[in-house]
Write a protein that binds this ligand. Structure first.
Ligand SMILES: [Zn+2]
Length: 230
């Protein structure tokens, strides 16, 4: 089941209050079109009925793709500083649906799924893409650390984030995305072999990888933000 609620979205340009359908839950097994819309970045985009300005609702939803073994709790991008609280909340929701507090049926479904927490549409898209390309999401975060280390001037302001945006058998493309507009500011092409090399050099990366043990938020920035609670 995919669940939508009616919500109000105020236009930033003209102030018109628009009635919009806001998604609370996406089931990609039943609605592959919604998964596609997330990938092509059209999901939950609206236009102000009065002046035509583009509106994008911030996510607050659960995404389930049982066939691909992925469950993601998605929160607005700018709330990442409160990730500790959000991760605790996501874990409770996961536990009730597919974890240790779930029904036997739910628990057995949960065994073949990864539980994740993502902040923002671009982050959710990245999780889906990562899966699609057969990449390991922890390894991808470690790869980002090497990309940032090698950049002369990484735009590390808290207004941008580094995200996987596309890839193929040879190359991965990572872009710095501006949070407010989801616009790409700059990007780098990384050989896919760099991802595989991190997997191969297991001992060198063991400590960094351990940061993500049992984590729902597989995002390198968990090392950056202390995680203010409440
Ligand atoms: Zn408007």
């Amino acid at each position: 089941m995919s669940i939508f609620h009616t919500a109000k979205a105020t236009c930033g340009t003209c102030g018109h209050v628009n009635d919009v359908e806001r998604v609370a839950s996406v089931n990609a097994d039943l609605r592959p079109d919604l998964r596609e819309a997330i990938l092509d970045r059209t999901f939950q985009r609206e236009v102000c009925a009065k002046c035509g300005t583009a509106l994008r609702l911030q996510p607050h939803l659960t995404y389930l793709d049982f066939a691909r073994g992925l469950w993601v709790m998605v929160e607005p991008a700018e709330t990442i500083e409160r990730w500790k609280q959000a991760e605790a909340d996501a874990r409770r929701t996961w536990d009730r649906s597919f974890g240790m507090r779930a029904s036997p049926h739910g628990r057995s479904m949960g065994l073949s799924m990864r539980s994740r927490l993502a902040f923002g549409w671009t982050a959710l898209r990245e999780k889906i893409l990562c899966d699609e390309l057969g990449l390991d999401d922890v390894t991808l975060e470690l790869l980002k650390l090497t990309v940032i280390r090698d950049m002369a001037e990484a735009p590390l302001a808290d207004q941008t984030e580094l995200r996987l945006v596309s890839g193929d058998a040879k190359t991965l493309r990572l872009d710095w995305i501006e949070l407010s507009s989801e616009r790409s500011i700059s990007g780098v092409q990384v050989p896919r072999a760099d991802h595989d090399a991190i997997t191969a050099a297991a001992a060198d990366w063991a400590d960094a990888r351990a940061t993500f043990d049992g984590a729902l938020l597989v995002d390198w920035r968990r090392m950056m933000f202390e995680g203010v609670s409440a």
